[in-house]
Ligand binder design. Structure first.
Ligand code: ZN
Length: 179
């Protein structure tokens, strides 16, 4: 496994609609392993392949599993999701506002409205069909990552974006939101 470089806002790959994953062989397995390592190193909670300069419809999500996170996220904490060709097939009418950040846009936060819950149809890392039901924070992270696969960034849809100041650190720690 090796760390991959996370591309930033000015890289045009982030604005491209990513290609469907069709080849689930060794290259993809290596990409998934590298993305997991890169996400944990960052650290962040979600990463889409275009963020590591690969224009493929692939994302990974993993909420942290420290004591605080287990209290907050329950059974969602620490579970690694690897989704290829994800598609939201059901979304709640209920929208919730929350604070997001992005590993490709370091130092900024924004307020974004997301569906409170979603059902996602996808394939796992080996190409097997899978379905994920997510609500709350987990649903938010999936929506953020799926947007990446369509060339959309949270700053495009945020009602407000602001730059983190050093004294915001405490606030940032309460919301482990980098995606
Ligand atoms: Zn992001």
């Amino acid at each position: 496994m090796s760390l991959r470089k996370i591309v930033s806002l000015e890289d045009p790959i982030l604005r491209r609609k990513a290609n469907r994953v069709t080849d689930f062989s060794n290259n993809l397995q290596k990409l998934v392993d590298d993305m997991v390592e890169t996400l944990i190193d960052a650290p962040g909670v979600g990463l889409a392949a275009p963020q590591v300069a690969v224009s493929q419809r692939l994302l990974i999500v993993r909420l942290p599993d420290d004591e605080e996170s287990v209290k907050e996220y329950g059974k969602d904490a620490g579970v690694l999701y690897v989704l290829a060709n994800p598609e939201i097939v059901k979304a709640s009418k209920d929208m919730v506002e929350g604070v997001e950040a992005c590993l490709s846009i370091p130092g900024f936060f924004g307020k974004v409205d997301r569906h409170e819950s979603v059902v996602i149809k996808a394939q796992d890392r080996y190409g097997k069909p899978t379905r994920v039901k997510a609500s709350g924070w987990l649903a938010r992270v999936f929506q953020h990552e799926i947007d990446h696969l369509n060339g959309q960034l949270y700053i495009d849809i945020a009602s407000e974006v602001w730059e983190a100041r050093p004294d915001d650190e405490e606030d940032a720690e309460e919301h482990p939101i980098a995606e």
